[in-house]
Design a protein around this ligand. Structure first.
Ligand SMILES: Cc1cc2nc3c(=O)[nH]c(=O)nc-3n(C[C@H](O)[C@H](O)[C@H](O)COP(=O)(O)OP(=O)(O)OC[C@H]3O[C@@H](n4cnc5c(N)ncnc54)[C@H](O)[C@@H]3O)c2cc1C
Length: 453
């Protein structure tokens, strides 16, 4: 038998946010996670709210929009948390990740900024890494740019600069700014004979760690771009070493970069996950990596249920016990939810699910539809504190965080990272408050426990 204060199931941004808060409060914490998180596919920027769930319009000031949501969509995770706590959680995250070597920036005004996506479109986001050049909503930042240069790395297929160039060149906001593609080569022995599947961003980043290839890359970039250009660079540096090489590249070339995510694996997102994982281990957390939670044992707790222990694929019959559990196993993408022929289920504990209609109503007719696909808003039903339910009974010590939650669409409304961080943080705050009540005298705590149940 293994005992912890808290076990977090799922090592994505939601799970790690919770787990790191628990460790900060001295709780003995484990994370069990079996695969890569959605960060490996993401831009590494944290979207708070890019489009309004109320009317679909582009959002400039996401925290003002959260106020509107609270009144009009009370089930949305942001409505359960409230504007002030969402902001607090994101500021904690920014500071925490920054203290661990990955600075993140947002606008002073707390408004969204734009980043350039890999196909050349502008995406509104809230928190970005230092080499994701933040374009403000009024494009004032573009006034200092004479030319946009997109870097094409010979043989690298996971970024197609010509498509991005065409999109950027067609934008009225960029009228008068030259947009061109420049080619650089990676003159590495054997590279040209490799299968293209072995020539992904992480392969290139490994190569560029070698000083001779790195300095060759720098000198090629110096030849094709100038400090007055905005240099759009596919994210190719930083697998396991954060921003070290990007900083060095900027110093040695004196160029102004805008990193864009490549097709997966996305190094911008991997940097965030690496930082969180490293911080978790440094803070004394236990990581059961590559293991999968398969089931749990429940016991009655008054009207409610509580989760006594969980079992995993690797530990087989050895139970993992904890006072509290956080379920942050993601959505369909990470198998936190599973769609059967007629039913959507949560595969570990068979928790209650919020879905909508029959299977043919789960999705919109058109894949790239303006309106969101309903299935993206399915998830595990929870109460105000994100405690889940099973057959209608509240699970007092099993909380949910991140994209396993229902009533929001991370893609259509651009809020995936923000909801994951704020819900991960919020459930941690609730557990921390509850667990501290268990250590103070009964007479004082009974009333407060009642308030928190
Ligand atoms: C392609 C794509 C691109 C995106 N881009 C952005 C973006 O640019 N900005 C943004 O803000 N948001 C973006 N999002 C949304 C955002 O990334 C997600 O909403 C957020 O990362 C979800 O985090 P999570 O921790 O809830 O889940 P996940 O990141 O999905 O993590 C869940 C983890 O749980 C593990 N797990 C699942 N089942 C088990 C089990 N039984 N036992 C143990 N572990 C288990 C999984 O392996 C995984 O590691 C994107 C989403 C996708 C799919």
């Amino acid at each position: 038998m293994i005992n912890y204060d808290v076990v977090v199931i799922g090592g994505g941004v939601a799970g790690y946010t919770s787990a790191l808060r628990f460790l900060e409060q001295g709780l003995k914490t484990a994370v069990v996670s079996h695969g890569q998180s959605a960060l490996h596919f993401s831009s590494g920027s944290i979207d708070v709210l890019s489009n309004s769930p109320v009317d679909g319009k582009a959002v400039r000031a996401p925290f003002d929009e959260i106020d509107r949501l609270t009144q009009q969509m009370p089930e949305h995770p942001y409505s359960k948390i409230g504007r002030a706590s969402v902001l607090e959680s994101l500021q904690w995250f920014k500071q925490f990740v920054g203290n661990h070597g990955l600075p993140l920036n947002h606008n002073q005004s707390l408004e969204n900024h734009y980043r350039i996506a890999s196909l050349g479109s502008l995406k509104a986001t809230w928190l970005s890494q230092p080499y994701v050049f933040p374009l403000d909503f009024d494009y004032a930042a573009l006034s200092s740019i004479k030319r946009i240069v997109l870097v094409s790395v010979e043989g690298f297929r996971d970024f197609q600069p010509e498509i991005a160039r065409a999109k950027l060149a067609s934008m009225p906001e960029l009228e008068g700014i030259e947009v061109r593609v420049v080619k650089v080569g990676l003159d590495a022995a054997g590279l040209e004979t490799r299968n293209c599947h072995e020539f992904r961003s992480i392969d290139v980043s490994r190569l560029l760690r070698q000083p001779q290839h790195f300095s060759q890359f720098c000198s090629q970039l110096r030849n094709v771009a100038t400090p007055n250009d905005l240099v759009i660079l596919p994210s190719l540096l930083g697998n396991g070493d954060g921003l070290t090489l990007m900083d060095k590249l900027a110093q040695e070339t004196h160029l102004r970069f805008h990193e864009v995510p490549t097709m997966p694996p996305s190094l911008l997102g991997i940097r965030v996950e690496d930082t969180l994982r490293r911080a978790f281990i440094e803070a004394g957390g236990t990581l059961h990596v590559g293991d999968e939670v398969t089931s749990g044992v429940f016991r009655p707790s008054g009207e409610q249920l509580s989760l006594a222990c969980i079992y995993t694929k690797k530990l087989k019959t050895v139970p993992i016990n904890a006072e509290y559990f956080v379920l942050a196993t993601g959505s369909f993408f990470s198998r936190g939810l599973v769609a059967g022929l007629y039913k959507v289920t949560e595969p570990i504990f068979d928790l209650d699910i919020a879905t909508q209609g029959s299977r043919d109503q789960w999705y919109s007719e058109r894949f790239f539809s303006q309106s969101s696909h309903p299935f993206l808003s399915f998830g595990v039903e929870t109460n105000q504190h994100f405690q889940s339910t099973k057959a209608g009974r509240t699970l007092e010590n099993l909380y949910c965080a991140g994209s396993i939650l229902p009533h929001y669409d991370p893609i259509a409304h651009g809020c995936g990272g923000g909801v994951a961080i704020s819900t991960g943080y919020k459930v941690a705050e609730h557990v921390i408050a509850k667990s501290s009540l268990n250590t103070i005298p009964d007479a004082i705590s009974e009333q407060k426990k009642g308030e928190m149940a």
